[in-house]
Design a protein. Sequence first.
Length: 184
Amino acid sequence: MTDDVIVNKIYEFRGQKVMLDSDLAELYNVETRRLKEQVRRNIIRFPEHFMFELTKEEYDVILRSQNATLEQGRYSKYLPFAFTEHGVLMLSNVLKSEKAITMSIRIIDLFVKLRDILHINTEMKLEIAEMKYTVEQIAKKQKGHDQNIELLFEYIDRLQDKQENIVSKPNSKGEIGFKIGENK
């Protein structure tokens, strides 16, 4: 069984990543009925942060996500147990089969990988937010610089206009120099 198949059997309920009893039974190669029986016999090993029973509404969410309809005998009429990472590990101790132990190790490794991916994703979001803030600050400064540059060009244009006026309109005072052929 591939890691992707196992990861697709991990859900999030009540703020925790969990796996359903039927999925774990399939992975451990035992009947769901036997798995639940062992859990009930060892209920003291499964506090609520290890395992809890889904509500009808929570279970309906899973069925809807799988586009499933209640076919005769396909889905249990009983609400499933949801096992957290710690519950998965405890379950392998209760079932005491080599298959359960092997699969539990793989499942725990996948829980850890998912947590690492979530951590990396969170770090990336923070870095992106920092970059966005930096770009916004630079853009604000750039806008100020752009306004200053526009003002500078405006002053240069005014100076050019003044210079053109001086060159195109000679001084109106008397001309300097001698006129040839004129008498006094």
